[in-house]
Design a protein around this ligand. Structure first.
Ligand code: PGA
Length: 254
């Protein structure tokens, strides 16, 4: 499954929306797309319990589904975990790997994230691999070093075909859920750094073809100027994806 560089707007619902609320929100978003041609692929990433209802609600729409997490074994004694096969059996295309809340709240590091990313790819899902520095790391001038480590430690060793089936999301931790957005220049220059890093590992063609999304307080009011940057291939949206009007305002920026 080789993917191409494209614009993706993905809504990460985190722990919001039970299955009834999720079906209703997904239905409203699908209705908002009817008769319009978004210039992007639209992805909804609900919590696991809402995933079947959301996949039902978007069945006849162009929207893709994704999961927020996965376990790296296909089955077995891993109480509380969900496998790639279970996610793709619902018709999902995407799965988040390495979201900063998984890294910093749950404590997932490069080793487990590498396994998860490879399990996703082996099971035919497209991982959205999230990277990004904390406020302290940005202020101490180590942001690009941290992002380089997150890229190098997890992606090095992937086949070219696997890298071409992977999406990157740059989400500075200090911009997530805080209302502080990276300026288009800050985001754009980190996206350039990431593309150079990918070029060093996989060659420039693969790097050029990899979608790199931005995430961190994206909303209708700032989406257009972020998405106008050539280096920014889309958005991973948290808070503003929980309401159909604001999410659609990002899908169709003014
Ligand atoms: P936010 O979250 O848009 O609420 O900042 C983004 C994310 O965590 O993916």
């Amino acid at each position: 499954m080789i993917e191409v560089r494209r614009t993706i707007i993905a809504g990460n619902w985190k722990i919001n929306m039970d299955h009834l609320e999720g079906a209703s929100l997904a239905g409203d978003i699908a209705a908002g797309l009817e008769g319009r041609e978004p210039a992007c692929e639209v992805v909804l990433i609900p919590p696991f319990t809402a995933l079947p209802a959301v996949m039902n609600a978007i069945e006849d729409s162009p929207i893709s589904g994704g999961a927020q997490n996965l376990w790296y074994e296909e089955n077995g004694a891993y109480t509380g975990e969900i496998s790639t096969g279970m996610i793709s059996a619902l018709g999902c295309r995407y799965v988040l790997v390495g979201h900063s809340e998984r890294r910093h709240v749950i404590g997932e590091g490069s080793d487990i994230l590498s396994r998860k990313l490879r399990a996703a790819l082996a099971g035919g899902l497209i991982p959205i691999y999230c990277v990004g520095e904390t406020l302290g790391e940005r202020e101490s001038g180590t942001a690009s070093k941290v992002v380089a480590e997150q890229i190098g430690e997890v992606l090095t060793g992937l086949s070219d075909a696997d890298m071409r089936s992977t999406v990157i999301a740059y989400e500075p931790v200090w911009a997530i859920g805080t209302g502080k957005t990276a300026t288009p220049d800050d985001a754009g220059s980190m996206h350039e750094i990431i593309r150079v890093l990918l070029g060093d590992i996989f060659g420039s063609r693969t790097a050029e073809d990899t979608p790199i999304l931005y995430g961190g307080s994206v909303k209708p009011g700032n989406a257009a100027e972020l998405l106008a940057r050539e280096e920014i291939d889309g958005a991973l949206v948290g808070g503003a994806s929980l309401e159909a009007g604001s999410f659609l305002g990002i899908v169709f920026p003014a």
